[in-house]
Design a protein around this ligand. Structure first.
Ligand SMILES: [Zn+2]
Length: 103
């Protein structure tokens, strides 16, 4: 096993053992609240909210992210992406091994 592969696996193991992992994309949505005298109704400043969007079993799901959950959710999403990237890199090494017929 190369030093690089060892490093990738060690970081991957770390993420899988202890880190929050959350698949999805964060999307900022602007909306109007419906109150007639709100500034959003006058087209000035709309209400901004954050959602996590992910497809699950072929259907797109959205989850509202409360403001105080945002840093944690961002961290979990980022960690999922990192784990996925590492997994993909290890997989590519094994793709190469098979294509070059070397163990
Ligand atoms: Zn409003």
């Amino acid at each position: 096993m190369s030093a690089r592969e060892r490093e990738q696996r060690s970081r991957l193991a770390q993420l899988i053992h202890g880190a929050g992992l959350l698949r999805g994309t964060l999307a900022v949505r602007e909306r109007v609240c419906g109150k007639a005298n709100c500034k959003c109704a006058r087209g000035e400043e709309k209400h901004v909210s954050l959602y996590l969007v992910a497809s699950y079993e072929g259907r797109v799901r959205q989850l509202f992210i409360p403001k105080d959950w945002e840093p944690q959710v961002r961290r979990w999403v980022q960690q999922y992406q990192e784990a996925r990237k590492l997994l993909e890199e290890v997989s590519l090494l094994y793709w190469d091994k098979v294509s070059k017929r070397q163990e």
